[in-house]
Design a binder for this molecule. Structure first.
Ligand code: ADP
Ligand code: 5GP
Length: 409
């Protein structure tokens, strides 16, 4: 049996699985109850778990007390694989924290969002009941950098210089596009080159943070593209157009927005022609679009910084300055320490701390393991990861000695 928080802590309770029996007669298959938890929020009971097979995903079903029936919600986001059991804790009345038992450290903590702004928005768009999974990640990622500017201004050149000088610090968000690859471009490195119908379906499935039609083709940043860079402990750089920057500005992704301006339209045209990657027709289209992009870039209020790329070296120095990189010696990133969550544990919640409690028998003395999960500064969430988790492990032995390990900061 799995435990939940109790109602005396000021939050709606996460009930024990036994509480489900009342609804069994309504036709919902309650096999495998031991691996399920139920959490009540208002008139709804969220039942999580239940699949036998550890290659299947954790299931979610909702009992709506108003309707008196079970509802199968649309489940968004990458789903967690099933496990031998889990604990669930309600946070802020809008998301349920799931702690998987006996799973690998990087797969142990998940959030089922049930009433966050993202879920409410998706519910409105889809017209169905919606919940969304978001994987929990230890520590924080630095704010991504969004770089926009007209085609040919030098965005790619500046980004390459930054990534070459600071390879362990920055990672590029690989966009999807329906345009054809240029000579040297590699699929999965410069872009994910995609069929229009496939990309449109993935947009409908909510896989994109932003997308736009640019110069007659579809371009978009997938949630996964940004999260993968952050997972690698790097700061993400996005090269996207002004429409995309506007969408990211409106999203939950906190970023720094930089617009790159050409010194003149004549110079922009020269760079585009000298690059020699577009047909005459495409060059003219890009130049026509550049005028509107530059106007929007300067006046829309989207961008935090505007940089003029006249002399390349000077522009690069200014870019480094505004990112605080002048004189910076790149230090190797220190990976967050991992914590193994015990197979058998109970969970309780005090304010913003989740207390995970287990006892392991030792050869001489029994040791009590307390892991404290600090959820006071969560960042992000569906459709991406939930970052900012902070674990501390406390080991105490039957002889009264105890030690504390700070596992991340
Ligand atoms: P974008 O990614 O913005 O489309 P690129 O980085 O591909 O633009 O640059 C377009 C062309 O302009 C490239 O051939 C590049 O070498 C050249 N370039 C970039 N910055 C400068 C600059 N400051 N002065 C002269 N040429 C430049
Ligand atoms: P290109 O075809 O020259 O690689 O890119 C054309 C334009 O598309 C550039 O302005 C570039 O910033 C923009 N772009 C590239 N990837 C994305 C993306 O993922 N989203 C959006 N909105 N624009 C993109």
């Amino acid at each position: 049996m799995v435990a939940g928080t109790n109602s005396s802590m000021g939050e709606a309770p996460a009930f024990l699985v036994d509480d489900l029996h009342g609804e069994q007669l309504n036709g919902f298959d309650l096999k495998n109850e031991a691996s399920k938890t139920a959490t009540v929020i208002g008139d709804k009971k969220y039942v999580i778990g239940g699949a036998d097979d550890e290659t299947a995903f954790i299931e979610v079903q909702i009992f709506d007390h108003n309707l008196g029936e079970w509802v199968n919600p649309t489940v968004l986001g990458n789903k967690p694989l099933s496990c031998k059991g889990h604990s669930s804790v309600l946070l802020n009345n809008d998301r349920i924290l799931i702690i998987k038992k006996g799973s690998k450290p990087d797969d142990s903590t998940w959030f089922l969002e049930v009433e966050t702004p993202y879920v409410r928005q998706q519910r409105k768009v889809m017209g169905t009941e919606v919940v969304a999974w978001s994987k929990g990640v230890i520590g924080n990622a630095e704010k991504p950098i969004v770089i926009s500017g007209p085609s040919g201004v030098g965005k790619g050149t500046l980004i390459s210089m930054l990534m070459k000088e600071f390879p362990s610090m920055f990672g590029f968000s690989v966009s999807h596009t329906t345009r054809a690859p240029r000579g040297m471009e590699k699929d999965g490195v410069h872009y994910h080159f995609t069929e229009k119908s496939v990309m449109e379906k993935e947009i409908r499935d909510g896989k994109f943070l932003e997308f736009a039609s640019v110069h007659g083709n579809l371009y978009g940043t997938s949630v996964e593209a940004v999260e993968q860079v952050a997972d690698a402990g790097k700061r993400c750089i996005l090269d996207i157009d002004v429409q995309g920057a506007r969408s990211v500005r409106a999203s939950s992704l906190e970023a720094i927005f930089i617009f790159i301006c050409p010194p003149s339209m004549e110079e922009l045209e020269k760079r585009l022609r000298d690059r020699g990657t577009e047909t005459e027709e495409q060059i003219l289209k890009r130049l026509r679009n550049a005028k509107a992009e530059i106007e929007q870039g300067k006046s829309s209020g989207i961008f935090d910084f505007i940089l003029y790329n006249d002399n390349l070296e000077e522009c690069y120095e200014n870019l480094k300055k505004l990112l605080g990189l002048n004189g910076h010696v790149a230090a190797p990133t220190k990976p967050a320490r991992e914590v193994n969550l015990p197979m058998d544990h109970s969970v309780s919640k005090i304010d913003d701390k989740i207390i995970i409690n287990s006892i392991s028998p030792g050869p001489e003395k029994e040791s009590k393991n307390l892991i404290i999960l600090d959820v006071s500064s969560l960042k992000g969430g569906a459709p991406g990861r939930t970052r900012g988790l902070n674990f501390h492990a406390i080991h105490s032995f039957s002889d009264g000695l105890s030690g504390m390990d700070r596992l991340s900061c």
